[in-house]
Design a binder for this molecule. Structure first.
Ligand code: F6P
Length: 541
C-alpha cells in the first residue's frame, strides 16, 4: 500500500481555503490582535519545553479549521500511520521510511520485508555504545598504542550535514575528542583538515549509505594514502571504520567486517543522523547524550502521532508553510536561530526540506499544477539582522520566517541573554507592526526621507521558544521539521523520499571528467566544450 493519490487543489477543502483566502487576504495581522484579545493564547501551543506561537501570521482560527478539513479529506492520519509502521511510502524507490523507528522505544515487532527491524536497531545501537565508550574512555587505541584525540567524518549530504550540524549545535556537551568533517571533493578541503591531524591519534569514519559517492570515496582514498605514508596496511583496521548499507563495497575498500556499522535502505540519507550515521555525534557528546537526543526526537514523534491536528506543532507549521506557498505565492521561507550554536541548522534543513519536497511530478506521475517545496534559508540572529533583514522588513518579497530561540543560555550570561532575546522578540513585533506613514511623519522633519522610513509591516513569523538547548530539545526540534516536511509532501501529493534530481548532474560530471582526464571529446554544447578547453589550458598544477 502506498500513500493516497489526490491532487490537493481539486479537493473540496482546498476550494474553501481559496475562498477564505480571498476574504481575508487584505486583513493585517495587527487587526486580528485588535479584534481578539485571546488571539495569542488561541494560536500558541505549549508542549513540554516548547512554546510555539503562530499568532503573528496572516490567518485566523478558521484558517486552521479549514486546513484541518483538508488534512482529513486527504487522509493525513492514515498517511502518518503508514509512515510510522513501515509501509513503502517511498514508492519510487520501493522502500519504507522508518527513521522514526531508530528513536522509538516500542518493543512490538516492526517488520520490513519479513524482518523485525527492532532487533537490527538494538544490535547497532549496542555496537555504537560499545564503540563510542571505548574511544571516549581511551581503551581503544591507535596503531602506536595511543588513545584517539581526533575523529574525522568522511561523507557528504545526509552523511555529513546532520552529524556536522548536531555536533556543532551541541558543542557545549562535547568531550575531549575533536571532530572534523571532510565532505567536498575539493581537494583543498581534505588537505586543510589533514594538515592539523596526527595519523597516530586520528580515527576516520567513512559514512556513505551507498558507498558509491564520488566525493566520499575520493576523500577516503586520499586520506588512506596520507595515513599509509606513516602507518602500515595492517594498521588501517585500527583507524578506519565505515557506516554503510553496502557491506561488499566497504570490504573491498579494505575495511574489516567488524569495523562496519550497518544501516538500511529504509533510512533515507537526509534522515540518517539517528542511525549509525550519528556515530560521530555519539563519539563527540558521549552515548548517554546521544540517547537523550534520540529520546527527544521520539517525544516529538509521539506528539505528532497522537495530537489533534489543530494542536499538533509539525502539522500546524506545515499548514502555515503551505498557506504562504500556495495561497500567498511566497517562494521562500527563512529560519532564523537565535543561538550561535545552531548556525548550521538552516543548511541542514535545506537538504532535509528541499531534497524531499523539491519535486514537480505528483504521485500520479503527472506534472503538478501548483507550487511545491519552498526555498529554505537562514542564518543565526542577531547577525542576520545586520545582514539581510533589511529585505525582509522593507523589500518587495513576502518571506515568512521561523524564529527559534532558547529562554536560557548555556553559560548563563544574563546580560547577553536578555539582549539576545529582546532582539528575538522585538523582531517579530517589528515585522508584524511595521511603521506607518503617520508615525514616520511625526518623528521626521526631513520630508524627502519620509517614504524610505515607512515599514509596511504585516510580515508573518512563527516563534519557537524552547527552554534550553540540550541533546533532548535539539532532537525534538529536528523531528519537528522532519514531520513538517512529511506533512507538506502529503498535502502536495508528491513523493518526498527519493532524490532523482541530483542524479543528472552526477552523471554529466563523470562525462566531463572523462573529457578532462582522458582527452576524450564527448558531445557537448559549444559553451560546455569551451569551458572544458579553457580549464585544460589553465589547469597546469
Ligand atoms: O546526492 C544526494 C545524495 O544521494 C543524498 O541524498 C545523500 O545524503 C548523499 O547523496 C550521500 O549519499 P551516500 O550516503 O550514499 O554517500
Amino acid at each position: 500500500m502506498s500513500l493516497k493519490n489526490q491532487n490537493p487543489t481539486s479537493t473540496k477543502s482546498w476550494g474553501k481555503l481559496l475562498s477564505h483566502f480571498k476574504d481575508i487576504k487584505s486583513k493585517t495581522i495587527v487587526s486580528y490582535f485588535d479584534e481578539n484579545s485571546n488571539r495569542s493564547d488561541e494560536l500558541t501551543i505549549k508542549w513540554e519545553d516548547f512554546y510555539v506561537d503562530f499568532s503573528k501570521n496572516r490567518l485566523d482560527k478558521q484558517t486552521i479549521s479549514l486546513f484541518t478539513d483538508l488534512l482529513n479529506e486527504i487522509q493525513l492520519k492514515d498517511s502518518i500511520n503508514k509512515y510510522f509502521t513501515g509501509d513503502k511510502i517511498n514508492k519510487t524507490e520501493n522502500r519504507a521510511v522508518l527513521h522514526t523507528a531508530l528513536r522509538s522505544e516500542e518493543n512490538s515487532n516492526l517488520k520490513v520485508a519479513g524482518i523485525n527491524v527492532r532487533n537490527q536497531i538494538k544490535d547497532v545501537k549496542n555496537k555504537i555504545r560499545e564503540f563510542s565508550n571505548s574511544v571516549v574512555l581511551g581503551s581503544k587505541k591507535g596503531y602506536t598504542n595511543k588513545p584517539f584525540t581526533d575523529v574525522v567524518n568522511i561523507g557528504i549530504g545526509g552523511s555529513d550535514l546532520g552529524p556536522s550540524m548536531v555536533i556543532d549545535s551541541l558543542k557545549f556537551y562535547k568531550n575531549h575528542l575533536n571532530t572534523h568533517f571532510v565532505s567536498n571533493v575539493d581537494g583543498d578541503h581534505v588537505n586543510e583538515v589533514l594538515k592539523t591531524l596526527d595519523p597516530e591519534t586520528t580515527l576516520f569514519i567513512i559514512v556513505s549509505k551507498t558507498f558509491t559517492t564520488q566525493e566520499t570515496l575520493s576523500n577516503a582514498n586520499t586520506i588512506r594514502s596520507w595515513f599509509l605514508k606513516k602507518a602500515k596496511q595492517e594498521d588501517v583496521s585500527k583507524h578506519f571504520i565505515a557506516v554503510s548499507t553496502n557491506l561488499e563495497k566497504v570490504m573491498s575498500f579494505g575495511i574489516e567486517k567488524d569495523n562496519i556499522f550497518p544501516m538500511w535502505d529504509w533510512v533515507g540519507g537526509r534522515f540518517s543522523l539517528w542511525s549509525a550515521v550519528g556515530i560521530t555525534i555519539s563519539l563527540s557528546i558521549g552515548f548517554k547524550n546521544f540517547e537523550d537526543f534520540l529520546k527527544g526526537a521520539n517525544h516529538m514523534d509521539i506528539h505528532f502521532q497522537e495530537t489533534n491536528f489543530d494542536k499538533n506543532i509539525p502539522v500546524i507549521l506545515a499548514c502555515i508553510g503551505v498557506w504562504y506557498n500556495n495561497f500567498y505565492n511566497c517562494e521562500s521561507e527563512s529560519v532564523i536561530t537565535y543561538s550561535q550554536y545552531l548556525n548550521q541548522f538552516a543548511t541542514y534543513l535545506q537538504q532535509a526540506s528541499m531534497e524531499s519536497n523539491g519535486k514537480s511530478v505528483d504521485r500520479d506521475g503527472s506534472k503538478v499544477n501548483y507550487s511545491t517545496g519552498q526555498i529554505v534559508w537562514g542564518e543565526p540572529g542577531t547577525n542576520s539582522q545586520h545582514a539581510f533583514f533589511q529585505l525582509i522588513h522593507q523589500g518587495t518579497k513576502l518571506i515568512p520566517t521561523d524564529f527559534i530561540g532558547f529562554t536560557q543560555s548555556l553559560y548563563g550570561n544574563k546580560d547577553h541573554q536578555n539582549k539576545l532575546i529582546s532582539n528575538f522578540i522585538a523582531q517579530t513585533e517589528a515585522l508584524m507592526k511595521g511603521k506607518s506613514l503617520a508615525e514616520v511623519k511625526k518623528s521626521n522633519k526631513d520630508n524627502f526621507n519620509i517614504p524610505f522610513k515607512v515599514f509596511e509591516g504585516n510580515k508573518p513569523t512563527n516563534t519557537i521558544l524552547i527552554d534550553k538547548l540540550t541533546p533532548k530539545s535539539l532532537g525534538k526540534l529536528i523531528a519537528l521539521y522532519e514531520h513538517k516536511i512529511f506533512v507538506q509532501g502529503v498535502i502536495w501529493n508528491i513523493f518526498s523520499y527519493d532524490q532523482f534530481g541530483v542524479e543528472l548532474g552526477k552523471k554529466l560530471a563523470n562525462t566531463v571528467l572523462d573529457d578532462i582526464q582522458n582527452n576524450s571529446s564527448n558531445n557537448h554544447d559549444s559553451s560546455t566544450n569551451n569551458l572544458i578547453k579553457y580549464y585544460k589550458s589553465k589547469n597546469i598544477t
